[in-house]
Design a protein around this ligand. Sequence first.
Ligand code: SAM
Length: 254
Amino acid sequence: MRIRYLKRTEDILDDSPFVVRAAAEWKGKWRENMLLAAGEDTSSHRRLSIEIGCGKGKFITEMALSHPDELFIGDERVSTILARTALTLEEASRNTRKYGIYIPPLNNVRLIRVSAEELRDVFTEGEIDRIYLTFSDPWPKEKHAKRRLTSDRFLPVYRYLLGPDGDLCFKTDNDALFAYSVQSLQACGWSILELTNDLHGVQAQDDATRAAADETKARLAKIDPGVLVTTEYEENFMRLRKNINYLRAVPGKR
Ligand SMILES: C[S@@+](CC[C@H](N)C(=O)[O-])C[C@H]1O[C@@H](n2cnc3c(N)ncnc32)[C@H](O)[C@@H]1O
């Protein structure tokens, strides 16, 4: 049963037009390959964003649908979860064809099954414009701190991936992980340009605080439209009225 299930996962990944199995072969050529496959002009620069730990793919699918002029990569290290994302994208792709209004085909998104620590094997230095870390596993025990995706084990990888104007956008419900991440980023020389502990203003007690939270969110959304697109985990925590932490950081000089 388990073997059959695994086989089905591998079949989904093999058959999906969204999954790049030999990701290392695309190193340095992500923009070009994606634009060529979409039959588009390769000479203009398109923004390329990656979500690391994309889970079942709600965020990356909605970002790709709502920003057809940008390119997106969903990265997830667990095959069975990535297969769910592949199916989500296929479903979304079918739906775009069903709508009465014209929605461009979903050809600006790809999926890779690569562990974050190995992303240097798959991208050249500076190839990425924006990294999204969304509701990364908190690894609450101190002895597992290095496994947190914002630990100093991973930050050099992100520094390598990002181009000169690149940034890292991070959302989490986990207050302890957020506090740790702020410290870790600063200790590794990153500058935090934006930070809020209540992105959606769920803890606002009065109209003035709520209005201030709305204003902050609207301002952030102009810089990072990912602020307005929720992930699966984010939806769950918002239902519980849990505050969502958000920051945007840049690595500074190499
Ligand atoms: C808590 S889930 C969040 C999923 C999704 N981002 C969301 O917000 O709904 C974290 C995801 O990150 C993935 N992940 C954890 N460590 C990773 C790593 N080193 N590289 C890539 N993905 C990773 C996990 O497999 C899991 O699917």
